[in-house]
Ligand binder design. Structure first.
Ligand SMILES: [Cu+2]
Length: 336
């Protein structure tokens, strides 16, 4: 567990409630912009910002789940001594809370898809400091496809890629929250690289480790909230490219082994969990196989300037089902 005690475990809370329904609903969530120390994989403490659903600091922000047609109300308490923005990428949804204020706003769910919500101030500094999370919009009344006419899956995952430069947090700690305004984006020297807030080997957790029986396709929603290019490379299977930054493709999907993502990019892919077609010795479908996803941006496989492989690396287990389904899968399975 990379996070300190009392910390909200990313992805385990803050999911908007599902109800089995084909009709639209009004959903609401309380978010607080907070600061706090996050323990990195090597024990280093980094001061970060985050969108939290509790009295404790948490990062990354909660995964908000809704479906098309819904209206979402956000009650945002900004506890920071600097303004905070809630912006949903690729939409006009943008609301600013001044320092130490509370705002409420509502918006209509954008089209079904995966969205990065984040603070877009200071040329990416606020986002990289930790003010980011995921909004998942499902099609109304459908739980096994990402949008009407999209590919079918058995379970789904979200991979939020983030980077941490602890020197930024130290500037804020020393000078105050407001001084986030004076941090130069070019000064970014990331030392920690995480998926869903975890670095390997803490990525052996049920929201990040991909698991499935043969032919149980997983839908993986990948977001790059960090400040570097990521290129997740999948072993075992190629992935099928379903969306690139909100553009939807239809079958037959382009197959990729490495999926390049610039900062702010969002990619949805299918990991098909097929018996690897070109492995030797041949893989038979009644065995359990282990594969990695590692990022081809090589520095992201390290922590603290060199400790390998404690970075953006996730395990894939083929041939068995997870003991606990991912939070995203559980919430969507509540639809009937
Ligand atoms: Cu590789």
């Amino acid at each position: 567990m990379a996070l300190s005690a009392g910390f909200a475990i990313p992805g385990t809370m803050g999911l908007l409630a599902w109800a089995p329904r084909a009709e639209a609903a009004d959903l609401s969530i309380d978010l607080a912009a907070r600061r706090g120390d996050v323990t990195m994989i090597d024990g280093t403490s980094a001061l970060m910002f985050g969108f939290s659903t509790t009295d404790a600091m948490s990062w990354p922000g909660p995964t908000l789940v809704c479906q098309e047609g819904d209206t979402i109300t956000v009650n945002l308490e900004n506890t920071l001594h600097t303004s905070v923005v809630f912006h949903v990428g690729a939409t006009n949804i943008r609301h600013q809370a001044s320092a130490q204020s509370v705002i409420s706003f509502s918006f209509a769910a954008p089209p079904a898809g995966t969205y990065l919500y984040y603070d877009d101030q200071n040329n990416g500094v606020n986002r990289i400091m930790g003010l980011h999370g995921t909004l998942v919009v499902m099609p109304a009344g459908i739980k096994d496809r990402p949008f009407v006419g999209g590919p079918q899956f058995v379970r789904q995952y979200k991979w939020m890629f983030s980077n941490v430069d602890p020197s930024w947090g130290e500037q804020v700690r020393t000078l105050g929250d407001y001084q986030v305004n004076s941090i130069a984006p070019d000064s970014f020297k990331p030392r920690y690289f995480t998926i869903n807030g975890h670095a390997y080997e803490n990525t052996h957790e049920y929201n990040t480790e991909l698991m499935g029986h043969y032919d149980e396709a997983a839908y993986v929603r990948m977001l790059n909230a960090g400040g570097i290019v990521h290129a997740p490379h999948f072993h075992g299977n190629h992935v099928e490219m379903v969306t690139i930054n909100y553009e939807r493709f239809s079958a037959p999907f382009k197959n990729k082994d490495a999926v390049s993502m610039f900062p702010l990019d969002v990619r949805d892919v299918i990991y098909p969990f097929k018996a690897p077609p070109d492995a030797y010795p041949p893989v038979t479908a009644n065995t359990i196989q282990h594969f990695p996803m590692h990022c081809h941006s090589e520095m992201s496989q390290t922590a603290g300037g060199g400790s390998y492989p404690h970075g953006a690396h996730a395990p894939i287990v083929m041939g068995t089902a997870p003991q606990t389904e991912s939070d995203l899968t559980q919430k969507v399975d509540d639809l009937s």
